[in-house]
Design a protein around this ligand. Structure first.
Ligand code: SF4
Length: 630
């Protein structure tokens, strides 16, 4: 006997996600409630109950009180119940299938913009009851066997996810005709999830090519019973079983068929399919084949009309796999710790926030990870809010996320941008690398080439490690350090930016040069010939004295120090002492300033006149004798 398991057997993605979330929450909280039936399968319900998951009928939710933890099932619940439970303080998590969620949001948006909304589906179905609640009083439900009554207003038509594609086509043709004679815009949205239809198509195909078919699942599941009907119509040797024990009881009837296909409804758990597959392959020694890929392509809706006068139909993804493939995260989200993703708030509770991050599993922001200040107030968050988070870990079907970490990065980025835009900023240089120093400013890496650390040669970069430098960003053409400076002036190869925008070159030297120039301008503008200025004697040479005036070196030539002939400046001035000088000459080009000291001293003959009036008797030593006197 050859056993083939349908590629689409068992839990659809929406159900799998809801079951995994329920298990994870029960593990965390001990016991949780599911609003409405999670899966139409008693085995699964029993399995979940053993783990602390209790399914509540929607008319019993009044029994829930503040602090209870509850989960919204895959096909959603009415909006009013959700709001009431939240107001009551129930911690609510949302496992609404993303396909259904998308429909709810679409319906709400269309009703808000004033459209009449028509839902094609079963008005008693959980999904449709929930969907209606999002459209307020602008909604009508029409079963898929009937044609809708369209009024004179703009109208949006959506479908219950399980409506068959032929019904969509029928409504599309009807609307096309309607639009020929009517001016109001009627838009059709293909909101069907083709999972169910694809399962039926595959069951039909396998039934026609196998000797027998075994349908696994609950007799209370409409979806599974429909699969049985489809297969049976194609192949009368179709059997039904709810458990492995039921298969054992029928095995004598099945085992002699040459080929048997196993199909299962969207509520049939994977462990039952595995158990039955093993049982059948143990019964026979022959090959058991498990189909890995779909044998049939899902049937997309008819291509929508694009003429403005014709009804429009959505070309949005229509299976959960397609929907997820179309997420900005590129298919199933890779929940890599440290990855930054966007999510939409789908429920807010006392312990934290659940967000849809576009993958198979939802993200959970624990209240301690919600905000930088550590304060958590559920009222600050509302459904539909878009949050940026960082993945912390992924386990048990729920992805732990942190909003706080993203907020920290955003704040650091803002501070970094502010610092960078201010022209000058201070930064601790934390690393010595080849050719310079490196530091971090938020998420920016700042590299300071060795030649840009100061206005001279830096022989030991280590001296600058952990020092804070005042810096300016370098203009692009100045990124490379001047040739020859430090012998390693060019920024090294390995320092080339990986992400240009976050790797910046900066200089302390440019800042120093700029400040020096400003000081020089101020000095040169403030000094003029004949000004009397005060200067401090710095050093002597054989030709004069160097004097510092406001930090600038000036020269007082030896001939300008005294009216007498001197050969040593120290006979007039003392190093370290300050004196008044007169400015004799200025040359901005060469940067030279000549000072005079003697000009501010009395001339010798004027002194002599006062000191030695005519008639005074004085003693003198003969210094030199000439022909004309001594
Ligand atoms: Fe499953 Fe499709 Fe329903 Fe979602 S909409 S729960 S994927 S059948």
């Amino acid at each position: 006997m050859k056993v083939t398991v349908a590629s689409k057997a068992g839990f659809c993605n929406g159900v799998r996600r809801a079951v995994q979330t329920a298990e994870a929450l029960a593990e965390k909280y001990g016991a949780i409630y599911v609003l409405g039936e999670l899966v139409h399968n008693e085995n699964v319900t029993e399995h979940l109950r053993s783990k602390g998951v209790i399914c509540l009928k929607l008319d019993s939710v009044d029994s829930l009180k503040a602090g209870d933890v509850a989960l919204i099932r895959a096909h959603g619940i009415p909006k009013q119940i959700e709001e009431e439970l939240k107001a009551r303080g129930v911690t609510l998590f949302d496992a609404t299938c993303p396909v259904v969620k998308r429909n709810q949001q679409l319906v709400m948006q269309r009703a808000e913009q004033g459209d009449d909304v028509i839902i094609i589906g079963d008005k008693n179905h959980d999904e449709v009851i929930g969907l209606q609640s999002y459209a307020g009083d602008r909604v009508t439900v029409v079963d898929s066997e009937s044609l809708p009554q369209i009024g004179s207003k703009n109208t949006s038509i959506v479908f219950q996810t399980t409506v068959l594609s032929q019904k969509f086509k029928k409504i599309q043709d009807f609307v096309k005709n309607f639009q020929k004679n009517n001016k109001n815009l009627v838009e059709i949205f293909n909101t069907i999830c083709y999972t169910t239809e694809a399962m039926q198509n595959e069951a039909r195909s396998l039934a026609s090519t196998s000797s027998a078919v075994l349908v696994l699942g609950s007799r209370t599941s409409a979806n599974t019973l429909r699969l049985f009907e489809v297969a049976k119509r194609q192949n009368p040797r179709t059997f039904f079983a709810e458990s492995a024990d039921e298969v054992r009881m029928q095995i004598s009837k099945i085992k002699d068929f040459e080929s048997v296909s196993i199909v299962a409804g969207a509520s049939t758990p994977p462990w039952l399919i595995r158990e039955v597959t093993k049982l059948m392959s143990d019964t026979q020694t022959q090959e058991t084949e498990v189909i890995k890929e779909a044998t049939l392509q899902e049937q997309p809706a008819t291509t929508p009309a694009t003429e403005p006068t014709e009804p429009t139909a959505s070309t949005e993804p229509t299976t959960m796999d397609e929907l997820m493939s179309a997420t900005p995260h590129g298919g199933y989200t890779e929940y890599k710790p440290g990855k930054r993703v966007k999510g939409t708030v789908i429920s807010v509770g006392a312990d934290g926030i659940v967000i849809n991050i576009g993958g198979k599993n939802d993200g959970f922001i624990d209240k301690s990870e919600a905000s930088l200040d550590g304060e958590y107030n559920p009222a600050d968050y509302k459904l539909g809010d878009e949050l940026q988070v960082i993945i912390l870990s992924s386990k048990s079907g729920q992805v732990q996320c942190s909003k706080k970490q993203v907020d920290k990065i955003i704040r650091e980025d803002e501070e970094a941008e502010k610092a960078l835009n201010s022209g000058e900023f201070s930064l601790k240089m934390t690393e010595v690398v080849k050719g310079g120093l490196r530091g971090k400013l938020g998420r920016y890496t700042i590299f300071v080439p060795a030649s840009q650390i100061r206005m001279g040669y830096v022989s030991n970069l280590e001296e600058y490690k952990d020092k804070t430098l005042r810096l300016v960003l370098m203009p692009p053409k100045e990124k490379a350090a001047p040739e020859g400076e430090n012998g390693e002036g060019e920024a090294p190869q390995e320092e080339k930016p990986q992400k240009k925008s976050r790797y910046l070159f900066a200089s302390h030297r440019l800042l120093l040069e700029k400040e020096k120039k400003e000081r020089e301008d101020t000095f040169w503008n403030s000094i003029h010939v004949n000004d009397i200025i005060t200067g401090k004697v710095k050093r002597f040479t054989s030709f004069g004295a160097f004097v510092s005036v406001k930090g600038f070196d000036c020269l007082a030539h030896i001939s300008e120090l005294s009216w007498n002939k001197i050969t040593d400046p120290s006979t007039v001035l003392t190093i370290g002492e300050s004196y008044d000088f007169v400015v004799l000459k200025l040359d901005r080009e060469t940067g030279r300033i000549s000072l005079g000291y003697k000009q501010l001293q009395p001339k010798p003959y004027e002194v002599a006149k006062e000191k030695y009036p005519v008639g005074t008797i004085i003693k003198g030593r003969v210094e030199r004798i000439f022909s004309y006197g001594a």
